[in-house]
Design a protein around this ligand. Structure first.
Ligand SMILES: C[S@@+](CC[C@H](N)C(=O)[O-])C[C@H]1O[C@@H](n2cnc3c(N)ncnc32)[C@H](O)[C@@H]1O
Length: 334
């Protein structure tokens, strides 16, 4: 239960506030005990760990929002473009006369985004509490649809400069190839064989690099928590005549298959928070999923203490290169 969600719910508890409608859509879904009393709420959540938490609360989820609702609520993602694209998505699924309600922390720019919404909707009501804002507007037929169209475009897939691969707002490294990933791609050996996995595969950059370098790779499995990134990877890799499989997956929970090799640039953030434990969980998952003698190829920021984790997982490792910001750690399962 986040402060933003608490603030969002205040809109319904206030005197003169809107009633809880029969049906509602929550974009960026996160559970709250009060939602159990909402008869027709459905959640859209592209991130696997968060979607699992929503499902475990017994709340219904949609893979892709469809239809229209009298209330669409938004708990925005990370980036500016993604947030505005979600406003446009919310608008798309709002019934005529419906209410669009957003809640976010002041630290993520709530005041600025409230002004943006007012640009499209005119009158916006606002509640401030818990260092957050909840702001909402009712579709009275006067909204500026050009502004929503502009925001919809911010969420469209676009080519990542220097590649022929597409990505979209909110995914990892949309405007450029991550320098760490580029370093790993350049340092990968050419003779990889058998079954290979890409953990935290994003929009498919590292898988594409493996397939370019190693014709002996028979099958690649991509594991990624962000369903939208995984769909971009599917589109980006469609031209390869190799067996590929795409898993919407929380890698920190482990894998079910075994591999000859694994590549990864592990995440170490949850949302905006640093979370080195996530990178550590990726190494544990990789070590458990490698067959004996299998290889792990990973890149990490220099300050991340992964060497001792490789050691404790029974992998022998060496530093295979790097630059002032990143290190390549190549390891083998003993
Ligand atoms: C540092 S990025 C690397 C992306 C891609 N491999 C590349 O090199 O461009 C880490 C990726 O891990 C994904 N991720 C974060 N947490 C995850 C989790 N628990 N399970 C699976 N993937 C996760 C992120 O969405 C992101 O795409």
């Amino acid at each position: 239960m986040t402060p933003a969600l608490e603030t969002l719910l205040l809109a319904f508890r206030m005197e003169g506030g809107p009633p809880v409608p029969g049906r509602a859509l929550l974009l960026g879904a996160a559970p709250h005990p009060e939602f159990r009393g909402w008869p027709g709420i459905v959640g859209w959540q592209p991130l696997k760990p968060e979607a699992t938490v929503w499902g475990q609360a017994g709340l219904p989820r949609v893979d892709d929002p469809a239809g229209s609702y009298p209330l669409v609520m938004v708990l925005p993602g990370k980036s500016r473009d993604e947030t505005l694209a979600w406003f446009a998505l919310a608008r798309e699924h709002l019934e005529p006369g419906g209410r669009l309600l957003v809640a976010m922390t002041n630290a993520t720019g709530a005041g600025r985004f409230e002004k943006e919404l007012a640009r499209a909707c005119g009158r916006v009501e606002s509640i401030q509490k818990h260092k957050c804002r909840a702001f909402h507007a009712v579709d009275d037929g006067t909204w500026n649809e050009d502004v929503f169209a502009e925001w919809r475009m911010l969420g469209a897939r676009r080519e990542v400069p220097g590649t022929r691969l597409v990505a979209a707002a909110g995914m990892f490294s949309v405007d450029h190839v991550d320098p760490g990933s580029a370093l790993l791609a350049a340092g990968l050996p050419g003779g990889m064989r058998g079954r290979v996995a890409d953990l935290g595969a994003g929009w498919g950059y590292l898988t594409d690099a493996v397939l370019k370098r190693s014709t002996g790779v028979k099958r690649m499995d991509l594991y990624e928590a962000d369903a939208r990134a995984l769909e971009c990877a599917r589109a980006n890799l469609a031209g390869w005549q190799r067996e590929l499989s795409f898993h919407w997956w929380d890698v920190s929970k482990g894998l079910r298959e075994t591999y000859d090799a694994i590549v990864m640039n592990p995440p170490f953030h949850r949302g905006r928070e640093t979370a080195v434990d996530l990178g550590v969980a990726f190494i544990h998952a990789a070590a458990a999923a490698l067959r004996r003698g299998g290889s792990l190829y990973l890149v990490a920021n220099r300050q991340l203490p992964y060497e001792s984790v490789l050691e404790s997982c029974g992998l022998s490792w060496h530093q295979a290169g790097g630059d002032p910001s990143y290190k390549l750690l190549f390891a083998r399962k003993r």
